[in-house]
Ligand binder design. Structure first.
Ligand SMILES: [Zn+2]
Length: 409
């Protein structure tokens, strides 16, 4: 596997600057494209799974995190509070408290549940400068987060559906998990004290994992402070593991924020809160994708999807026309003309681009293009219109295959 820090610089995906600060990378245009494509995939998958998206602020009053329990259980990982007009505000260490408050802002009937609230939002962690680096250890994190508010009866199905979303996303992204982990509390005061709540939540997640047919391991001391969780672990080239995706069952925060819904009996009931993240932090996910694919991203994620290569200056008008058609169709294309070197040199320079569209005199004359695929395959010349249509169909369906033969008949 590759080192995402080195490749990220080489491919101009992201960088850091001491003036902005350690652990605060910025995204360059090509990196921003990958990130946006990934975020669009996640939002699309969430919409299809019945999630509603919200936005909430990255700051909150200290009191908010005192209620959620972050202040007492997680403070050493939080940025110090800022004094502001007699109040203290902090950069949020998680999105959960905001979503609990959003839930609480309206009355809910049992008929509205499960209520699934999602946000790709910023959160902050006061990591020590010694451990910071690349996209994997950062102080500003964009988290793909969601909270499902549901009845106790709905927990198993919602957790199962969340786990299925993760498995599906990994297929599309080409990610293979290192292992699934049931993360349980360990000794020490890091965890909220409520034995019955922990037992119930752990039993629910155990059942979900057992029914999923996935192999998993139990790990003590890896739970969130408010509840146990299913962690999906990934490994880098050196075998170092990190958690990318999670599904958590939480009875604690609904109680802390006094959340309720009206049941069929007309009485007030406490919902359960499922925290789930499909791709975890955008930073860690992109770092892993860079290392996994060595910069040769699946075509739907690639910063440039089509490079157009006119053999000589005479074919430049046709090359510009093809790039424009691609762009109008929503594809990311650019022309690499003869001024950038021989055809061979330009093909080598574009080796990470999924589709290399060569136009010589023969192709130009009849509005054809000769496609070369990143894996070395060379296709027979085909009409420009058909090439754009077929590339676009493969890209928009987020297929892993670079090409498929036209359907028979
Ligand atoms: Zn949460």
């Amino acid at each position: 596997m590759h080192d995402h820090r080195r490749l990220g610089r080489e491919l101009r995906l992201f960088d850091t600057d001491p003036l902005i600060g350690a652990g605060l990378p910025y995204w360059l245009p090509d990196g921003a494209v990958v990130r946006q494509a990934l975020e669009e995939y996640v939002r699309d998958a969430e919409r299809r799974a019945g999630y509603q998206h919200v936005y909430s602020p990255v700051l909150g009053k200290r009191e908010l995190y005192e209620i959620s329990g972050h202040w007492s259980h997680y403070r050493e990982d939080m940025f110090p509070p800022m004094d502001l007009g007699g109040e203290q505000v902090v950069l949020r260490p998680s999105l959960c408290p905001h979503h609990a408050v959003i839930y609480r802002s309206r009355a809910h009937s049992h008929r509205e549940l499960p209520l699934r609230i999602a946000e790709l939002g910023g959160m902050y962690r006061a990591e020590l400068s010694g451990v910071l680096g690349g996209l994997t250890r950062v102080r500003a994190i964009q988290l793909n987060d969601a909270h499902v508010f549901c009845t106790p009866d709905q927990v198993a199905e919602e957790a199962r559906a969340a786990l299925a979303m993760i498995v599906r996303a990994y297929e599309v992204l080409g990610i293979r998990p290192a292992r699934y982990r049931l993360s349980l509390p360990g000794p020490g005061g890091k965890y909220v004290a409520a034995p019955e709540m922990w037992r119930r939540a752990a039993a629910m997640l155990t059942e979900v994992l057992d029914r999923s047919g996935l192999d998993y391991e139990r790990a003590e001391g890896e739970a969130a402070f408010y509840g146990p969780k299913i962690d999906v672990q990934i490994a880098d080239g050196a075998g170092r593991e990190a958690t990318l995706s999670t599904v958590q069952v939480d009875f604690h925060q609904p109680a802390q924020f006094d959340l309720h819904y009206t049941g069929p009996d007309g009485a007030r009931h406490r919902p359960v809160m499922i925290h789930r993240s499909v791709i975890g932090s955008v930073e860690r996910a992109v770092a892993h994708l860079i290392e996994l694919h060595g910069g040769a991203f699946p075509s739907w994620l690639a910063p440039i999807q089509v490079v157009v290569l006119p053999i000589s200056d005479s074919e430049l008008p046709q090359a510009d026309d093809l790039a424009r058609r691609c762009t109008e169709d929503g594809l990311r294309a650019r022309v690499a003309g003869p001024e950038q070197g021989s055809l061979g040199a330009r093909i080598r320079a574009a080796r990470l681009v999924p589709y290399q569209a060569v136009i010589g005199a023969r192709e130009a004359e009849v509005e054809n293009v000769a496609l070369r695929l990143r894996d070395g395959r060379r296709l027979d010349a085909l009409p420009v219109v058909e090439a754009v249509r077929r590339i676009n169909a493969l890209v928009t369906s987020r297929r892993a295959e670079l090409w498929e033969q036209a359907a028979p008949g």
